[in-house]
Design a protein around this ligand. Structure first.
Ligand code: N01
Length: 547
């Protein structure tokens, strides 16, 4: 892993007060810097823990990693020039290509000069008298700014389960979200993988190709639809280049910010034969488009059940060993209630001689021994490498691991003790001038991220411009507006099947002790965009603005 160290003297010689501080240099932080610095003319510094730009993609370089959004939609749309000059090679880009893209953006817009890398933020405290945020880094330096923007990503705090014995394991272990940049050699190794979410489903087939043996430890069986990755044809690439406006229009109109709309058809409005044909076509097309096969797949249990039947049957058709197939198809939640994975040969991997599946719902992991994993029944699985594809302390983890304090020393941890509370996902009451990009209470992880990010960054930029133009110094939400928004977030979730997956990270259920609250806003990105625009147009209704 690259580890450029910080020159403390250089840091000291820089100014330490800025108009705005941004935490994180992924998709969000880069664009926020560009908007505030180049469009508003503010002094801005981005503080980034990694040695380079990229955020999520800087850390998630595990085998098989790919973006599940289609490449032509997983990019910025704010610059015609940038859009036209960049050409994606594949339908789903992997980390190297996304990293090349983000570095290209950072270089093209000369962003790196205002990013301080290898700089981990430890705390951010609001000083009411001075109306500044005082931000302290891991090496003890402090900077201040009127505005603080957290662009820390939704999935950047790795969840390594607390399994007894890990410290004494004599092999090597890795979490997918902190993958060594030099890669891991699985050749001839006995590998155990824990976790079958979107990440684990991408990683397993690639690990199985070189490992001597792969044992998959499955707690919750999961659906998956083939991604159908492949190179983009020159014709499609030309079409992308010449049709930014149309693509952008579709993404903005779509519930999930993807470059396709949900079908208008309801699942039970067609005959079983017609439904089957529609599902088959969606399966052949592959990817997240499957979720759009019918309009009501995530809003009606009856509609969802038809997808469940189809997808479980596919698993049984692909996996040759009937006992393994049954374990894989023993899925306990509606389709898409957890983030639906897409894959390249995931179920096919279980037909390999060097791959086994262990159902740890039936026989849970008891401990990690120096030689491998032991389950409750006493079965031992000797391993050289353990891969934790066990996800993240999602949405709130990266915010709460910093010591963020607002007015009267109120900590964000305390304010969110019962779950995240904010107004339109952007601001927390008692934390003036602090904005969150794609935080809880916004569509964020339920949306194609760059679409959600551009909307948030532009809203925040317009809001700060408004304050400046009006000679105002602070903005924060009213308590009543927060109460009302929290109720709307809950209502939006309850109108879908999403909260029915009780072990979902959307509910914080993967982290012991975390409050069970449905965190993202499930009312759709297009609807959310309108809510935010209306709030701004109504003189920032629900916010208190003051001099
Ligand atoms: O994490 P997950 P992920 N013992 O939390 C299991 C995004 N993403 O890294 O379901 C045993 O979904 C856990 O089991 P269970 C995407 O938004 C995006 O896969 O809790 N098992 C589950 O099987 C996604 O949703 C892309 O019972 C344990 C797995 O580990 C998000 O990242 C690509 C365990 C964790 O699944 C997170 O996905 C990949 C324990 N103690 C991912 N703890 C893109 O395309 C957890 N598990 C951009």
């Amino acid at each position: 892993m690259a580890t450029t160290s910080i020159d403390k003297n250089a840091v000291k010689s820089e100014s330490s007060h800025f108009d705005a501080l941004v935490i994180g240099a992924g998709f969000s932080g880069l664009y926020q810097l560009l908007c505030l610095r180049d469009r508003l003319g503010l002094s801005v510094k981005v503080l980034e823990a990694g040695a380079g730009v990229g955020g999520t993609w800087y850390w998630n370089r595990y085998p098989g990693a790919r973006c599940d959004s289609e490449s032509h939609s997983y990019c910025y749309t704010f610059s015609e020039d940038l859009w036209k000059e960049w050409e994606w090679s594949e339908k789903y880009p992997g980390p190297p290509e996304i990293m090349r893209y983000l570095n290209h953006v950072a270089d093209k817009f000369d962003l790196k000069r205002d990013i301080r890398f290898n700089t981990k933020v430890e705390s951010a405290h609001y000083d009411e008298k001075a109306n500044v945020w005082r931000v302290t880094t891991a090496i003890g330096e402090t900077c201040t700014a009127q505005f603080l923007i957290t662009a820390v990503g939704c999935l950047s705090t790795a969840n390594v389960p607390d399994i007894p014995g890990l410290d004494a394991f004599q092999g090597k272990w890795y979490h997918t979200g902190h993958w060594p940049h030099e890669g891991v050699d699985f050749n001839g190794k006995r590998v155990g993988q824990i976790g079958t979410g979107s990440t684990g489903i991408q990683a397993a087939p690639v690990i199985a190709e070189t490992a001597r043996h792969l044992t998959m430890f499955q707690r919750t069986a999961n659906y998956s639809v083939p991604a159908r990755n492949g190179p983009l044809t020159p014709e499609f690439s030309h079409w992308i280049r010449d049709n930014k406006d149309e693509i952008q229009k579709t993404m903005r109109a779509a519930v999930n910010g993807h470059p396709f709309l949900l079908s208008e058809t309801l699942a039970l409005s067609v005959t079983p034969q017609e439904r089957e044909a529609i599902y088959e076509k969606a399966w052949e097309t592959g990817g997240l488009r499957f979720r759009g096969a019918f309009r009501d797949l995530v809003t009606s249990n009856e509609a969802n059940a038809t997808a469940v039947t189809f997808l479980k049957r596919k698993i049984r058709e692909i996996v040759k060993d009937p006992v393994t197939a049954e374990k894989l198809a023993n899925i306990d939640h509606p389709y898409a209630a957890k983030r639906p994975p897409i894959d390249t040969d995931y179920f096919e991997t279980f037909n390999r001689d060097n791959v086994d599946l262990v159902d740890i719902r039936a026989d849970p992991i008891e401990c990690i021994t120096p030689a491998g994993i032991r389950t409750k029944s006493g079965a031992d699985y000797p391993l050289d490498i353990i891969v934790f594809a066990t996800g993240f302390d999602g949405m709130t983890g990266s915010l709460l691991k910093m010591d963020i304090r607002g007015r009267d020393d109120l900590s964000l941890k305390k304010a969110w003790a019962a779950g995240p509370r904010n107004y339109i996902g952007l601001q927390v009451a008692g934390f003036p001038n602090m904005f969150m990009v794609t935080g809880p209470g916004s569509p964020s992880v339920l949306c194609n991220m760059p679409v959600a990010i551009e909307q948030h960054v532009e809203w925040i930029t317009d809001c700060i411009a408004h304050l400046r133009n009006a000679g105002l110094a602070r903005i924060e939400p009213e308590e009543e507006a927060v109460d009302s928004w929290v109720a709307q977030v809950n209502a939006a979730a309850n109108a879908t099947v999403l909260p029915q997956a009780k072990h979902s990270w959307y509910l914080g259920a993967n982290i012991p002790g975390k409050p069970r609250v449905f965190m993202p806003y499930a009312g759709g990105m297009a609807h959310y965009r309108k809510i935010c625009a209306d709030v701004a147009a109504n003189n920032y209704q629900g916010f208190k603005l003051s001099a």
